[in-house]
Design a protein around this ligand. Sequence first.
Ligand code: SF4
Length: 321
Amino acid sequence: MNVLEVVNLVKHFGAVRAVDGVSLTVSAGEVLGLVGESGSGKTTLGRCVTRLVPVTSGQIKMNSVDIAGLSRRRLRPLRRHFNIVFQDPSSSLNPRMPVADIIAEPLRLHRIGTTAERRERVRSLLDQVGLQPEVARRYPHELSGGQRQRVSVARALSASPSLLVADEPTSALDVSVQASVLNLIGRLQADLRFACLFITHDLAAVEFLAQRVAVMYLGVIVETASREELFTTPRHPYTQALLSAAPIPDPPAQRARSRIVLAGEVPSPVNPPSGCRFHTRCPVAIPLCSKEVPRLRMVGPSLATVACHLVAEDGTGPRLI
Ligand code: SF4
């Protein structure tokens, strides 16, 4: 069952076409990794899905209810079903609230439980995210970055949402604590089985956490596949370039691997390239690529989808790495 179904979502900020017709699904108990460089539109997509910004057009079906066009008043009671963890916990936690109140806030807003039940829920959430009970009385500035992000995770999960959007949840943290926060999200997701849209530029994090992956470039999705398939048989030239640039922990393998250097910068989303948006940087582009938009279509024997003119129906295509 799909917890989230996004259909042809568009978000323009004036002339900037940040998200330009994205469709995706996340099913119950699934982690979908959404990867792309900065400027790909992935963070905007996460903000649209959680209705933190208004949507230009398209549908966002949350447990089959389209929330894309709902007024704030009609949206309010539905907000308990989804929540978001932001990149930087220092700016997303209210500095004047003690941790207990921060975590209990969604429960208060949605009138869930009595005061005593909320206190008990805060205690149990602190335990689930690996924090001591006395942290409840502390303020965000008294905690480390990793502890603050654990508090953000506890708050996001306190009303037991069916979807968690995690937007680069570890990239503002010290490298030394990134893995432990990632582990925590993975463990909680396995225990509680919420659906998760995990937004990141970090392929290693996606490989660790996601069961399925969607790759975004300049406001559109160019490839989706299971984690195994994406990492072993990346089909879209952009996905192959991303993988070739990602560091691998084995230096000899790193040296032996061919690396695709993409020409130029990510083009401006104000005036994206015609046809395939990747054609200005694609090492294997053909004349058709600048003329015709490649449709995202199913290829190969599995449920993978790719938007590239050169990938055949059986999933074969250009191999760059
Ligand atoms: Fe490259 Fe053309 Fe495929 Fe786009 S459609 S990725 S430009 S080969």
